[in-house]
Design a protein around this ligand. Structure first.
Ligand code: COA
Length: 174
């Protein structure tokens, strides 16, 4: 596996962030773990990431969260994105979970999904979590596999309109 780093987004990755966003949109991929990148330009997104981390300028119903990008050290390519929400809202407890993530379209099925979650769990532990809730649609086999690989323990499946979300807890070891 290439050397990867899960870091806070920074201006110097602006072009890569835009490339990641455009590729995801072109492929009609769900953009989990990207905050509101789909809806805003990269400069606004970077500002939101900085603000939301400290609970500033949060949209209605949002909780503070830390956004990360997964960068491959050999070529500085953004391989994935992950965000950690610092606390539960009713929605997050029932459906959203605390960690969201996605992998670049052209880099899928290479083990990076399992790896980004592994690195994300280390960050969650540093943020003070003893356990985290992660959810996936019942149709999302790759995500379920990433969760199970990282120690996910199934609790239940909850219905949100016409979708079913599987809820898994992961204990963060000492
Ligand atoms: C979910 C996601 C992060 C997985 O990323 P990935 O880099 O392809 O994952 P990995 O390469 O680590 O693969 C994990 C497992 O899923 C399997 N897998 C990957 N893509 C698959 C697919 N399309 N169909 C079936 N299995 C698949 C892999 O073979 C691997 O299985 P294994 O453990 O038996 O070897 C990626 O598909 C993605 O970004 N999806 C869109 C966003 C999303 O759904 N995020 C999760 C929100 S809950």
């Amino acid at each position: 596996m290439d050397k990867l780093k899960l870091i806070l987004p920074a201006k110097k990755y602006k072009d890569e962030i835009l490339r990641y966003k455009n590729d995801m949109i072109k492929s009609n991929s769900s953009m989990d773990g990207c905050g509101n990148l789909r809806k805003v330009d990269v400069s606004t997104w970077l500002k939101n990431c900085k603000d939301w981390r400290i609970g500033k300028n949060l949209p209605e119903g949002y909780v503070p969260s830390t956004q990360y990008i997964l960068v491959r050290e050999s070529d500085n390519k953004i391989i994935g994105m992950l965000d950690i929400r610092h606390e539960f809202s009713n929605f997050l407890l029932n459906y959203g979970g605390l960690i969201g993530y996605s992998i670049d379209i052209s880099e899928r099925k290479k083990g990076y999904g399992k790896e980004i979650l592994k690195l994300g769990l280390k960050k969650a532990k540093k943020l003070g979590f003893k356990k985290v809730l992660i959810t996936c649609l019942d149709t999302n086999t790759p995500s379920r596999k990433c969760i199970l690989y990282n120690g996910g323990i199934y609790e239940d499946t909850r219905k949100m309109e016409d979708r079913k979300l599987e809820r898994y807890w992961i204990n963060l070891k000492k």
